[in-house]
Design a protein around this ligand. Structure first.
Ligand code: OGA
Ligand code: ZN
Length: 372
């Protein structure tokens, strides 16, 4: 975009663009974002904001259609701002970010199975990985298949994306029927739809569950999109919705070695008031500690949501096969499994987490490499 006109107002330039649009460029903001005051190698800001007055004024300025040049007090070299930079960063508009992807909610009728991507393709071609990550961000769940037949195949796949998040269960966890389980996941029992680790300071972002063996009878996986559930819940039960947005619920995991607790609401919204996260885990809910008069409003709302989570409208079932790995947003896609018979065969899943910001960073780098 080209600059058509620049006018100096009291505390900002008013810029008119060649497409007829206008933007403001406040002086203090221009001074703080002087590209000459970034470290030449690291690109980090080295300018000291307190070294100038808040109401700093340009000494003089000049512009062409390609940029704006400003002389600032106590700075020898005039600062240059390209039209491209000024337009991309105009205040009040979010910058383009390839990791910001519109989410689409889904019900069982709309998406019977998680969208599928080949691990082999992702290893061979970064654009395949990029497509997989974009779909993960859109739908909250994908299935990776064609993993090689070894125990670490799913774990190693994570290296294509980013650093793994370690928790009290380790960098990865083996989901098998164990003799002395510290978690219901390590039994053969059914696991109702849930979020993993709502008791943590940061609820794990993306969860990976690699199926290495699944010859036992039962143990089918179930998933549901909390975004669809919460959208309907808000429309049908606005009072209950408000309760679950506002009440900070206590969550706790404890065993022989740890006691990890956190209060957080069941429903998290973004700054526009739209769905961001759902934290739901009936097993890790600690004893509610609200004021007595808040108990019934809370339980009424929580039970209503619980019933809706179980509704077939949202629930999809999928039997993971060896060589497949389900990858989902743990703060959005609820997951669970049917009971299985541990004597009928071997069921071995291995899980790990990677945080959202790792996935976002990878997506930006893939975008830079393949789209610009
Ligand atoms: C878990 C879990 C699902 C499964 O380990 O948190 O939900 O299919 N496992 O065993
Ligand atoms: Zn789980």
């Amino acid at each position: 975009m080209k600059i058509s006109q620049v006018k100096k107002n009291t505390l900002a330039f008013a810029i008119e663009w060649s497409d007829g649009s206008r933007s403001q460029a406040p002086f203090i903001w221009l001074r703080d974002n002087d590209q000459q005051e970034l470290h030449p190698q690291t690109g980090e800001r080295i300018f000291d904001l307190t070294s100038v007055d808040l109401d700093i004024q340009p000494e003089s300025f000049d512009f062409t259609e390609a940029g704006l040049t400003i002389s600032w007090p106590n700075k020898q070299i005039p600062s240059k701002y390209t039209a491209e930079w000024l337009f991309a960063h105009r205040p009040g508009k979010a910058f383009d970010d390839p990791a910001v992807i519109q989410k689409q909610s889904w019900t069982a009728a709309q998406q019977a199975e998680p969208p599928r991507f080949s691990a082999k393709a992702c290893y061979q071609d970064e654009t395949a990985l990029k497509e997989a990550l974009i779909t993960l961000k859109t739908t909250g769940i994908i299935l990776i298949d064609e993993l090689d037949d070894y125990k670490d195949a799913g774990f190693d796949f994570g290296d294509l994306i980013g650093f793994k998040r370690e928790t009290n269960f380790g960098v990865s966890f083996e989901v098998v029927n164990k003799p002395n389980p510290n978690n219901l996941a390590y039994t053969a029992l059914a696991l109702p739809l849930h979020t993993d680790l709502p008791n943590q300071e940061l609820v794990p972002g993306i969860q990976f569950l690699h199926c290495f063996k699944n010859s036992a009878t039962g143990g089918g996986s179930v998933f549901a999109d909390a975004m669809a559930i919460v959208e309907d819940f808000e429309r049908d039960c606005p009072e209950h919705f408000k309760t679950l947005v506002e009440f900070a619920v206590p969550w706790r995991f404890h065993d022989q070695t740890c006691d990890i607790r956190r209060h957080r609401p069941v429903i998290g919204l973004d700054k526009h008031g739209t769905f961001k996260t759902l934290t739901f885990n009936a097993h890790l809910g600690y004893t509610p500690d609200f004021e007595p008069e808040m108990m019934y409003p809370f339980y009424a709302a929580f039970r209503e949501l619980m019933k809706r989570i179980r509704n077939e409208k949202y629930r999809i079932e999928y039997e993971l096969k060896p060589g497949q790995m389900v990858v989902f947003d743990n703060q959005r896609a609820l997951h669970g499994r049917a009971e299985f018979d541990p004597n009928s065969g071997e069921r071995y899943l291995r899980g790990y987490y990677i945080e959202h910001n790792e996935v976002d960073s990878r997506l930006r780098m893939l975008h830079k490499a393949h789209c610009s």
